[in-house]
Design a protein around this ligand. Structure first.
Ligand code: ZN
Length: 210
């Protein structure tokens, strides 16, 4: 199988995480989530981890150059020999430029596209049970007990799924992250997959694009 150094793009709720898992499995490569890595680096107590901590402890954003150092360390590990999936970075054109400057080679950029209205419907319908952890969707996977979980608890909407929160994350995505499509288009790396109603249909398109 060819080497796949992939950046996955997609609005929150577009189904990026699920596709990342399936690609990782098929290609035998790791998904590199910057959020998780930053937490690991801090937990490891390394010098870099201490640097990161000094920012997060003061409520500051970790600078791009530091995040890229962490990514470069991670990419140097053996399990990345056949490739990797970058999820959650870069989010802006300056971050993509910094990745280039630091010599991180990218072979493919895949953007999973879903209309905002469809994302709003998907996320707005999610319900969770705080007691047993069960998840439902008012349209796609309704609870047999209506607004309640079969365990008896009233279902709730997670803070992340609140329509106002989703809307503002979509605005940020369109403003900051979507310009990356043009950036990678110019390099001839961009592939677009239109998210389908059925997961297996989206997956088939994703695999065909890679
Ligand atoms: Zn429950």
């Amino acid at each position: 199988m060819r080497k796949l150094n992939l950046i996955l793009l997609g609005a929150p709720g577009a189904g990026k995480g699920t596709q990342a898992e399936l690609i990782a499995e098929k290609f035998g490569i790791p998904t590199i989530s910057t959020g998780a890595m930053i937490r690991e680096e801090i937990a490891s107590g390394s010098e870099l981890g201490e640097t990161v901590k000094s920012y997060t402890n003061n409520g500051q954003l970790v600078p791009d150059s530091v995040v890229i150092d962490i990514i470069k360390n991670r990419l140097a590990k053996d399990d990345c020999a056949n490739g990797f999936i970058l999820d959650g970075f870069p989010r802006t054109v300056p971050q993509a430029e910094a990745l280039d400057e630091m010599g991180v080679e990218i072979t493919d950029v895949l953007s999973i596209e879903v209309a905002d209205e469809a994302i709003m419907e998907r996320m707005g319908g999610r319900r969770v049970c705080k007691k047993c952890g069960a998840t439902f969707h008012t349209k796609y996977k309704p609870s047999p007990a209506g607004e309640y979980c079969p365990c008896g608890e009233k279902l709730t909407i997670r803070a992340d799924d609140d329509p106002e929160v989703v809307k503002s994350r979509l605005v940020i995505y369109h403003e900051q992250t979507e310009p990356l499509k043009e950036f990678y288009q110019k390099k001839g790396l961009l592939k677009i997959v239109y998210g389908q109603e059925k997961l297996e249909d989206t997956t088939a398109l994703t695999m065909a694009a890679l």
